[in-house]
Ligand binder design. Structure first.
Ligand code: ADP
Length: 513
């Protein structure tokens, strides 16, 4: 075996491949094998013959020997799972072919390539997923926006509708009440009027429920905490519901312990609304037996249960009973739209409590709940009781119907009433006569109620002002307080409520000043 020429060794060394299993083939210009060295058997070249054409002996070199400069055939697969690099080096008048075993390196490279491929597939997939995620996020955010938009549209529409319905309903209800009280109404007429009143009431509660449900849905209801005599509230509810229960021959009672606190700080209106919903249901769905309300107070919690001996609610239905518009098929013949319990549930939650139901068919239902209720710091004492005859009320409302109606209510309550029909007049008159309290309609021509109140406060009118409004929208309510109103009442106005609120506001004003 001949020695490897020095320049070839140098070449090999320059390639940093000294440790590779090297084989060289020396080929003349005719392509015949002159000589060889190294480990040809490692590459399967076991029967090399000198002076014979090399391509007949090493087939993978066929077509590659006509080179003008060094060329490297990389990663040639020569069978037997072997992979080589063949360096074809023209030197003087002959060619040297150097073979290097790169099987391990090739395998490694392939593995790496595989990993790179997998990585790039993963990266591609990841970027695809990110893209999909982004598209979904965009679509969802668009959907959310559309949904919010349509909820807002719905809520605005319902609010406007409710506002438009409330004002005429106030007139219908008020004048019906007046007509009903008039001596000349005979029994038939009284029945007709009662029916008008009942239906107007029904319409009103429907409007209120739809509006409340919408507002709860978009988190627009904010609590208005005030000091409330729960005893008084329950007495009012008892006198409201007793005749209705008696009409169905049902026993009805509201039980409250003697040592119940005089005043609790709660949102009276919302608590009342919840109890009205539950008691109405109890009476509506119970055909015989009783409806009973129990109220207790402990550890700043006002607990209530409304129990009835009605048809009960199956355990399956109890799961859905608080869902909006859910009604049992047994309720189909009775009035209602399935909003009362949903609203009550969310209102109770808003008041820091919980509403649950326990029931078994045939044994009636038991709605139990609690709300947060701190004990109020002071109770209204006799010293602060109002003397209505000396109390001057300025009433500003552009609706002649409503003005006359309210004037009647207020005069029946013993107040002195002065009326005006727009905000500008209200400001002028208030500064002139200095009323004890102002009832200000918020939607009036010339100068609306909000601006009138603003002007009065700017001109140092310090007396209490009650806003009267057809709008139940939270924003309007808050704005009324912002400009300086002390109370906000929505139409229709119930005479007893109005008189109660007026005396409450006057008392609170006296306590403060
Ligand atoms: P509505 O009474 O207007 O249908 P609610 O939300 O108040 O709406 O009640 C939802 C449903 O729950 C009612 O339709 C009725 O089927 C059932 N339900 C409510 N209260 C009672 C009750 N006290 N006894 C039996 N079923 C009741």
């Amino acid at each position: 075996m001949t020695n490897i020429p020095a320049n070839i060794v140098e070449y090999v060394q320059s390639m940093w491949m000294a440790e590779m299993i090297l084989t060289y083939l020396h080929i003349d210009t005719q392509g015949k094998l002159v000589d060889w060295g190294g480990y040809p058997q490692h590459y399967g070249l076991t029967s090399l013959t000198k002076n014979q054409p090399i391509v007949e002996q090493v087939s993978f070199l066929d077509g590659f020997l006509d080179v003008t400069h060094t060329e490297v055939l990389q990663s040639l697969n020569i069978g037997g799972n072997r992979c080589i690099n063949a360096h074809i080096v023209p030197l003087d008048d002959s060619i040297y072919v150097l073979l290097f075993d790169v099987t391990a390196e090739h395998d490694q490279q392939q593995k790496m390539q595989q990993q790179v491929n997998e990585l790039s597939i993963l990266t591609y997939r990841q970027s695809q997923l990110l893209q999909e995620l982004e598209t979904t996020r965009k679509a969802l955010s668009e959907e959310k926006q559309q949904l919010e938009q349509s909820i807002k549209l719905k809520s605005d529409f319902i609010a406007t509708l409710s506002h438009e319905l409330r004002t005429p309903l106030t007139s219908i209800m008020g004048y019906t009440e007046l007509l009903n009280n008039a001596k000349q109404a005979d029994e038939y007429e009284s029945n007709y009027l009662e029916s008008v009143k009942k239906n107007a009431n029904h319409l009103l509660s429907l409007i209120d429920n739809v509006l409340d449900q919408t507002k709860l849905e978009i988190g627009q209801i904010k609590l208005q905490l005030n000091n409330c005599s729960v005893k008084q509230l329950l007495a009012d509810l008892k006198s409201l519901f007793l005749p209705i229960a008696q009409e169905k021959s049902l026993l009805f009672d509201i039980k409250i312990p003697d040592n119940f606190p005089a005043q609790l700080t709660i949102d009276e209106l919302r608590f009342r609304q919840v109890l009205i919903n539950l008691i109405t249901n109890g009476i509506k769905y119970t055909d015989k037996g009783f409806v009973e309300v129990n109220i207790t107070w402990e550890n700043e919690r006002l607990q209530f249960t409304v129990t009835d001996s009605g048809p009960g609610i199956s355990s399956e239905s109890q799961q859905k009973i608080f869902t909006a518009f859910h009604r049992e098929h047994t309720a189909n013949k009775l009035p209602g739209v399935g909003l009362g319990l949903n609203i009550s549930f969310h209102l109770v939650e808003l008041m820091g409590g919980q509403l649950t139901v326990e029931s078994s068919p045939q044994f009636g239902s038991n709605f139990t709940g609690f709300i947060s209720a701190a004990s109020a710091q002071f109770a209204i004492t006799d010293k602060f009781q109002t003397n209505n005859t000396n109390t001057k009320i300025l009433l500003a409302d552009d609706s002649l119907d409503l003005r006359s109606l309210m004037e009647l209510y207020l005069e029946n309550g013993g107040y002195k009433v002065i009326t005006v029909n727009d905000g500008q007049e209200a400001v002028r008159m208030a500064l002139q006569i200095k009323p004890d309290i102002i009832l200000m309609d918020m939607q009036m021509p010339v100068l609306d109620g909000y601006n009138a109140v603003k002007q009065l406060r700017d001109k140092n009118f310090t007396g209490p002002i009650i806003a009267l409004s057809g709008s139940n929208i939270e924003h309007d309510r808050n704005y009324a307080f912002k400009v300086g109103c002390n109370k906000y009442i929505t139409k229709p106005i119930v005479p007893e409520d109005l008189l109660n609120i007026i005396s409450q506001v006057i008392v609170q004003h006296r306590i403060k000043s």
